[in-house]
Write a protein of this length. Structure first.
Length: 202
């Protein structure tokens, strides 16, 4: 089944669906809608931590393009502050545990396979994509990215993270990529790979 792409434009605190379309799903058996529904989503405009929470729980979302989205600061009821232009900590992290009945319970996102990161992003939060189902993460527009926090891409399904051309990248924290291979900014960039700082998480 092809992935249906929808465009969401956020402005003035309201969400507007441009050219909204119905998505038709043909099922062969009852109980299979969740397996058949495949949506690609492009978001343009302002988002914050609450939007990431919604996207993380959006069943059927297979591709997420945030290239033209800007991340605003958000203060949670707990007092925790989520910074501007930062993909929040654990935004798309998937964790699992065995409950009292011996059943494995998964939390977080297991459906989004493709991400395009915002052009305006400066920081990727700790465990932002940890254990997510992502097989493709596009950094090519993220020229302002300066910091990747600890465990950000630990246990993701991608084979390689390509950071080439990201001349603003200064710091990659401990275990940011786990066992995932990283392609660093090339020596022709403003900052050579040797100038990156690797630090232990606090």
């Amino acid at each position: 089944m092809r992935t249906k792409t929808l465009l969401i434009c956020a402005a003035m605190g309201a969400t507007v669906v441009a050219n909204a379309q119905n998505v038709t799903v043909k099922t062969e058996a009852a109980g299979t809608v969740k397996d058949q529904l495949k949506i690609g989503l492009t978001i343009e405009g302002k988002v914050d931590k609450t939007d990431f929470n919604y996207l993380d729980a959006f069943a059927g979302l297979k591709a997420l393009d945030l290239k033209d989205a800007t991340i605003e600061a958000y203060t949670a009821e707990s007092g925790k502050v989520y910074a501007v232009n930062e993909i929040p900590d654990s935004a798309f992290m998937t964790s699992s545990y065995v409950n009292q009945n011996g059943v494995v319970v998964y939390t977080g996102n297991k459906s989004i396979e493709s991400f395009v990161l915002p052009a305006s992003v400066v920081t990727i939060g700790a465990s932002a994509f940890n254990s997510s189902a992502a097989t493709s993460i596009d950094f090519s527009a993220s020229k302002q990215l300066a910091l990747i926090k600890d465990h950000a891409f630990d246990m993701v399904n991608v084979d390689k993270i390509d950071l080439s051309g990201l001349s603003s990248l200064k710091t990659i924290e401990q275990y940011a990529s786990g066992k995932v291979g990283i392609t660093f900014p090339s020596t022709s960039s403003v900052h050579n790979p040797e100038e990156l700082t690797f630090v232990r998480a606090k």
